[in-house]
Design a protein around this ligand. Structure first.
Ligand code: FE2
Ligand code: FE2
Length: 264
């Protein structure tokens, strides 16, 4: 039977598909780490209080990248090149969502509007990250190979999402509500398209590696398109709502180090 769990299990059981899965994940995480580190360095004077949280956000993403690479090493595998059509972070940046990398490379302080853009972009992408990790946590939390890594990353992504809600609400109360709503909507509508395209591309690669029969590949791509259709009509709204998280100041304090087992 074709379920999310059986699909993941199949990808995780084969060295080549596992290497591609971990490499794509590690690359996305470390791009996120770089972006956050640069944003933390360029925070405008009036928002200094936010800098340590952005640094922590970046440190978490870098740690996730290291964890995915460590999972590869533990299996005796090396990272493989990430096909550009599967590069979610790069494709989002190319479609003009979030802060452009060219802007982040310049040593020029960001504006408050830039910080709002960064937080809105993160609100949307962290929702995706936290939902994807929740799916993995549901099925693999007790897996001897992946369990600790999955639990740790899933917990971190939940914190990132909570932090985005809290900080965006703070900016909304300070009068940025309309800009936030506009930016969130733009980000969400772009993200669901990029997510569909990347999912189709990843599944095409996995299908080739795992020799999926044509009907199976067809069912999967129909499923991905159906998710997009739902998100385009209604699902995107879950990515733009704001509510005070149960856990406040989720990124106060330093990053928790990765578990020995995953780092080893
Ligand atoms: Fe992450
Ligand atoms: Fe994250």
């Amino acid at each position: 039977m074709l379920s999310a769990k059986s699909l993941f299990q199949e990808i995780l059981d084969d060295d080549e598909s596992f290497a591609l899965f971990c490499s794509i994940a590690a690359s996305g995480e470390s791009q996120g780490g770089w972006e956050n580190a640069r944003i933390a360095e360029l925070v405008p004077e009036t928002q200094r209080a936010l800098a340590p949280k952005i640094t922590r956000h970046g440190a978490d993403e870098d740690k996730h990248g290291r964890i995915f690479n460590a999972l590869l090493r533990k299996r005796g595998l090396s990272p493989v090149p990430v096909p550009p059509e599967t590069d979610y972070t790069m494709l989002l940046e190319r479609s003009g969502i979030g802060l452009a990398h060219g802007r982040l490379r310049r040593d020029e302080p960001l504006t408050v509007q830039d910080i709002v853009t960064y937080l809105a972009h993160s609100r949307v992408t962290e929702q995706r990250a936290s939902e994807q990790m929740e799916l993995l946590r549901r099925h693999f939390a007790d897996d001897p190979e992946l369990g600790r890594a999955v639990r740790m990353i899933a917990g971190d992504e939940d914190n990132h999402l909570a932090y985005c809600h809290e900080e965006l609400l703070r900016f909304a109360y300070a009068g940025h509500g309309r800009a936030i709503q506009r930016t969130l909507r733009e980000c969400a509508l772009a993200e669901i398209r990029v997510y569909r395209d990347v999912s189709l591309a990843v599944m095409a690669h996995m299908g080739r590696i795992l020799n999926w029969p044509r009907p199976k590949a067809a069912v999967l791509s129909a499923g991905i398109r159906a998710v997009y259709a739902y998100e385009r009509v209604a699902g995107w709204r879950r990515m733009v709502s704001l509510r005070m998280p149960e856990r406040s100041n989720a990124l106060g304090g330093p990053a928790t180090p990765e578990p020995e087992a995953a780092a080893g």
